[in-house]
Design a protein around this ligand. Structure first.
Ligand SMILES: Nc1ncnc2c1ncn2[C@@H]1O[C@H](COP(=O)(O)OP(=O)(O)OP(=O)(O)O)[C@@H](O)[C@H]1O
Length: 238
């Protein structure tokens, strides 16, 4: 059994706080977050604008550090790693998606998906094989040679998902991945993310305002005033 499965937890945040200095005072953006995500678990994160979602996502992937508390990814404490080690962990074990696909419009779908593998200097034959496999996983095998600018918004988001998957990550983090899509296309992407997470045993955390995403997720966590609560609230205006 590999070390990843043995940990049984993809992400574990304990007592995470994050303070920002602001105008001579302090903003307590996160006030003690505890969160665990298991392999194959799809968790939706919901919260009003300014509630701390982006701050939390950045801390969970080691792009920002908590003021106090700890974050373990695949059993490794992010705070005890060097910046180089954190960058390597992100490159090898974490896939990221955003509201915009951020493709290079003049590169083909395949070339866009290959970018992370180029950065890790993978030999071209293997790179090509893995990128095609990732495009097939998102149903875009036949669009591999199309340029980014020739693809629809939904197809571009699928390419972004293929790019997030191409390294075979254990954890995918997505910030409003359906935010720019019409509802039908958003549904396709949501179901695809869910199936990929469940079938590939990948931990998935999506920050979202999209009701379909939080109704599809295995678990809904809600961030309010820098604290997490689990499940839907009676009165929910987020
Ligand atoms: N670099 C910073 N310096 C000072 N305050 C910050 C900084 N980044 C975030 N904040 C504050 O921390 C709080 C949480 O911000 P954050 O961006 O995490 O919220 P969010 O839930 O992602 O919002 P949105 O949905 O609008 O993206 C807000 O009050 C914000 O103003």
């Amino acid at each position: 059994m590999d070390a990843v499965v043995a940990t049984e937890t993809i992400v574990e945040a304990k007592g995470v706080t994050r303070d920002y200095p602001s105008g001579g005072g302090v903003v307590h953006a996160l006030r003690g977050i505890d969160l665990k995500i298991k392999p194959g678990e799809f968790v939706a994160l919901r919260g009003r604008s300014g509630s701390g979602k982006t701050t939390l996502l950045n801390i969970l992937i080691g792009l920002d550090s908590p003021t106090s508390g700890s974050v373990l990814i695949l059993g490794k404490n992010l705070l005890k790693m060097s910046e180089t080690e954190r960058a390597r962990l992100r490159r090898e074990s974490i896939g990221m998606m955003f509201q915009n696909a951020h493709l290079f419009p003049s590169l083909t779908a395949l070339e866009n998906v290959e970018i992370p593998l180029r950065l890790s200097r993978m030999p071209s034959a293997q790179r090509n094989r893995q990128a095609i496999e990732a495009l097939e996983q998102v149903g875009l095998g036949k669009r591999a040679k199309h340029r980014g600018m020739e693809l629809s918004g939904g197809e571009q988001q699928r390419v972004a998902l293929a790019r997030a998957l191409v390294h075979k990550p254990r954890f995918i983090i997505a910030d409003e991945p359906t935010g720019n899509l019409d509802s039908l296309t958003g549904r396709d992407i949501t179901f695809l993310l869910r199936d990929i997470s469940h079938q590939g045993n990948i931990g998935l955390l999506i920050a979202t305002h999209d009701p379909l995403v939080f109704n599809t997720a295995d678990r809904l966590v809600r961030i309010q005033d820098g604290l997490l609560t689990e499940g839907p609230l009676e009165e929910d205006h987020a």
